[in-house]
Design a protein around this ligand. Sequence first.
Ligand code: GRF
Length: 219
Amino acid sequence: MNEARKIRLVVLISGRGSNLQAILDQAASGELPVDIAAVISNRPGVQGLERARRAGVPALELDHKAFSDRPGFEAALVELIDRHQPDLVVLAGFMRVLTPSFTDHYRGRLLNIHPSLLPKFRGLHTHERAIAAGETEHGASIHFVTAELDGGPIIVQARVPVLPGDDPDTLGARVLEQEHRLYPQAIRWFAQGRLGLEGERVRFDGRPLENPLELTDLT
Ligand code: GRF
């Protein structure tokens, strides 16, 4: 691995936390130069919080249902995140829509993983929709988060085939395996200073990216 300073990372989750686990594992093995300052879930008691605790990472709950409106919840979330002074915030299965005031606050230091080859299939139920559309190829994308839902500049994607007989579960499992490789790599690039957001475009190694990177570029 290239020499990289450790960056402070906050991970936002809502559930299972398998992408979080991939990040925790690579942080623990030293492959990923991050200090995970906190994991925050908007849903109490989810599996991802347990994964964080087991790794010795502060596991925090901020239940969105305790707030009467979205701006109130987000203001509390920003306050909680910023208390940990992150260099980078990553959404790993975080299932709340974020307002522009949140996404602007973290512009250029907020990443999301989405289980489709964006711009195809923004939103929910991506595996089901890819099968229904007769796609022969599907995958996952990491992008900078902007105000547009699942619409920010795409950094890197991984492709998988859609196989005859696939259902959303079998296809989703194939995609998830790639997600667990994608997210640590994108975070590593960010930590190494190779990745940034310039206006509406991704900057990679000092140049604007013409097209999203592919997992095959992950050397
Ligand atoms: C992943 O498929 C991710 O792409 C999507 O939500 C799922 C989260 O899974 N945004 P996990 O909680 O990381 O296991």
